[in-house]
Ligand binder design. Structure first.
Ligand SMILES: *[C@@H]1O[C@H](CO)[C@@H](O)[C@H](O)[C@H]1NC(C)=O
Ligand SMILES: *[C@@H]1O[C@H](CO)[C@@H](O)[C@H](O)[C@H]1NC(C)=O
Length: 552
């Protein structure tokens, strides 16, 4: 008990995120690969990269974004392939047209696989890959994804009153590792960062097959305990998603392009199995707790930090809201303000005009008809805003990083999910009482005013989110510290084979013990057969002749 208290104290006092660790044996060279992804993926990688450079290590990062870090020990390389243009044009549109998304996807990933290794900077990096002590791969292309079509399932919310939200039309996002980066990791130790948290397909690659009787799948979280119908759907999703992504639609197409360029490379899915460890952007206090292997390390909310001072004028504007408070509104980095359909924009403007709160709206572009209580800005220091006492509610698209920041800074949420894992995050917010969720298709000024008033006037939302925030912050070590420790651990132990679960090495027949059960069944049948013969023989011996004699 005392040791625990001391460690917590040490972690708290250390000031620096990784202050509790012994100095590393030498500076390492680490290559981070996130060739397909959005800003929010890099936002998960950068805190890890920063923390590693604090320890004296050097980072090279392959991305599809213009460099963002000013840290001299982080070198960002932008491969600059022009596929993201299609994917980020209009997320409101994307959310609706699942068919087109899928088309984009099937086209996009093989396209990148074909072009990526021809980019001179990437080729150079590939040739030098064995000079790195470790490669860190982004497991996911969460934000650009949309998937096998069909409708997103949203459970009916009990006791809400008024209109029940209908299932929105977001497509299922498969959101899996594009496998495109895996030629790099051949014969080099590597780990992954699971940017969207737990992915049951990835977990199975490690030998930890999650039980669909209670573990949510990647896209939908049902209320627990699940009904028979939900368990059936959940099981289907657990099986269908990997089938769609890995066996059928995407990986084979990528594999074809990769094989054409690297004929002697083992299959991508085999290389993927050689990962030593995964750093998962989740934590049991903000998701469904599930069993984990030692190689599945939770580092969720790694990017969350205590508030820094706000710009003076913004601070005084927030303070000036008085007891009514402030509503903060941001749809993240992908769904840009001007792409929002005008009817939704009008609904928000009208709702804000009727509310007594001040509204801080992150919006790119010009807006007309804005009431006096609304302040527009194209960029805002989100965490510092969320931490401000006046901010009563965060209107969000439900991106995972925004959700984590809101919980960390104990701000209730109103979620309007657009695509990918956002509907699932929105359902988590509703199910956990952290706030409310609205569906775009049903959006009116009235529903916005009602939901916001409910969240602001009822103390339960603030209490629930404060409770969850306290549990998220109550950790023996900081997420950065864990991420750095385990990254260095894998290097120190040359891939750390001691972490591997034997469950990952056996076939699914062996894993499910179908052979053992088959054998037991055969033995049982044999036993029954022998017993019957025995009983027959004995009874013939004892009574057989009498029976026969009687008949005769
Ligand atoms: C973008 O989409 C269009 C059609 O939807 C396609 O013709 C074009 O090649 C795509 N471009 C990229 C770079 O994905
Ligand atoms: C698998 O990983 C180990 C260490 O992490 C490495 O030495 C080995 O070469 C890798 N195997 C393949 C086929 O890449």
């Amino acid at each position: 008990m005392q040791v625990v208290t001391l460690c917590v104290l040490a972690a708290a006092l250390a000031g620096q995120a990784t202050g509790g660790l012994l100095p590393p044996e030498r500076p390492y060279k680490i290559l981070m690969l996130l060739p397909v992804g959005s800003k929010s993926h890099r936002n998960v990688f950068l805190p890890l990269a920063e923390a590693l450079t604090d320890r004296g290590h050097k980072i090279v990062m392959l991305t599809n974004l213009p460099p963002a870090s000013k840290n001299p020990n982080i070198m960002e390389i932008n491969h600059d392939l022009p596929y993201m243009g299609n994917a980020t044009q209009n997320m409101f549109d994307k959310g609706k047209k699942s068919g087109r998304c899928l088309g984009d996807f099937k086209y996009m990933l093989p396209f990148i696989a074909k072009e990526l290794y021809k980019v001179p900077a990437v080729k150079k990096l590939y040739d030098k890959r064995k000079e790195f002590d470790l490669i860190v791969v982004n497991h996911m292309l969460n934000e650009v994804s949309a998937g096998p079509g069909g409708k997103m399932y949203i459970p009916k919310q009990p006791g809400r009153g008024g209109n029940k939200p209908p299932p929105p039309t977001q497509p299922h996002p498969p959101s899996f590792c594009p496998q495109i980066a895996y030629p790099f990791v051949h014969e080099v130790p590597f780990i992954t960062v699971a940017t969207p948290g737990m992915d049951h397909c990835q977990s199975a690659v490690y030998g930890n097959v999650l039980n669909p009787s209670y573990a949510p799948n990647f896209m939908v979280t049902f209320p627990l305990p699940m009904s028979l119908w939900h368990r059936l759907k959940n099981t289907f999703m657990h099986l269908y998603i990997p089938f769609f992504w890995r066996t059928w639609a995407v990986v084979p197409a990528v594999q074809k392009e990769i094989s054409a360029q690297f004929p002697h490379l083992p299959p991508l899915l085999e290389l993927e199995r050689n990962q030593s460890l995964t750093l998962m952007n989740t934590h049991f206090s903000i998701a469904t707790p599930v069993p984990l292997l030692p190689s599945q390390v939770e580092v969720g909310a790694m990017h969350c930090r205590p508030a820094k001072p706000l710009p003076k004028d913004l601070e005084s504007w927030l303070d000036g809201a008085g007891s009514a408070g402030v509503i903060y509104f941001s749809l993240g980095s992908i769904a840009r303000g001007e792409t929002m359909p005008p009817e939704y924009r009008q609904a928000f403007l009208e709702a804000f005009r009727r509310l007594p709160q001040r509204v801080l709206w992150k919006y790119e572009g010009e807006l007309e008809g804005v009431s006096d209580n609304v302040r527009i800005s194209s960029w805002l220091p989100q965490q510092d805003v969320l931490a401000h006492d006046s901010v009563k509610v965060f209107i969000s698209h439900g991106g995972l990083l925004s959700l984590q920041e809101s919980i960390f800074h104990a701000t209730p949420l109103l979620v309007l999910p657009i695509f990918a894992d956002q509907p699932k995050n929105a359902m988590f917010v509703e199910n956990s009482g952290l706030g409310r969720m609205l569906v775009w298709e049903e959006l009116t000024a009235d529903s916005i005013v009602d939901a916001l008033t409910d969240i602001i006037t009822q103390p339960k939302y603030k209490e629930n989110v404060a409770k969850m925030s306290a549990s998220l912050r109550d950790q023996l070590t900081t997420p950065q510290e864990r991420a750095v420790f385990w990254t260095e651990y894998v290097i120190r132990h040359r891939g750390a084979p001691q972490l591997r679960c034997p469950g990952a090495q056996i076939s699914w027949v062996e894993f499910l013990m179908l052979d053992v059960m088959g054998l037991l069944l055969a033995a049982l049948l044999l036993l029954v057969f022998i017993l019957r013969r025995l009983v027959k023989t004995v009874s013939t011996l004892l009574f057989g002749n009498t029976a026969k004699t009687k008949k005769e």
